[in-house]
Write a new protein. Structure first.
Length: 99
């Protein structure tokens, strides 16, 4: 299998997301029998999913194809920045903003 996990990042809600082949996946469930984690496409109308190992470093299998276009790099970058800013704001509630 030639697909690799391009990026790992957290959503604004703190959940782990991965980027594989220009498509964004969110954690769906943990499979106890095979010891892997199932990630599902973030597009609500898409049923594509990917199975990765527990360390989220290796893709074990793919299920279904995407029925939509890929996500642009600038959109993913913006979402990563927004989640980091939100996390920083939640942690620094006491710090006064610089005028």
């Amino acid at each position: 299998m030639d697909l690799k996990i391009q990026k790992k990042f957290q959503t604004e809600k703190g959940k782990l997301c991965i980027l594989v082949d220009e498509h964004k996946y969110r954690e769906f469930n943990v499979l106890k029998k095979c010891g892997g984690i199932r990630y599902r496409c973030t597009n609500k109308n898409c049923s594509a999913s990917v199975l990765v190992n527990n360390d989220v470093t290796l893709i074990i299998s793919l299920l279904n194809d995407h029925n939509h276009n890929v996500i642009a790099d600038n959109i993913v970058g913006r979402q990563i920045i927004n989640s980091r800013i939100k996390k920083k704001c939640e942690n620094d509630l006491v710090t006064k903003p610089i005028k």
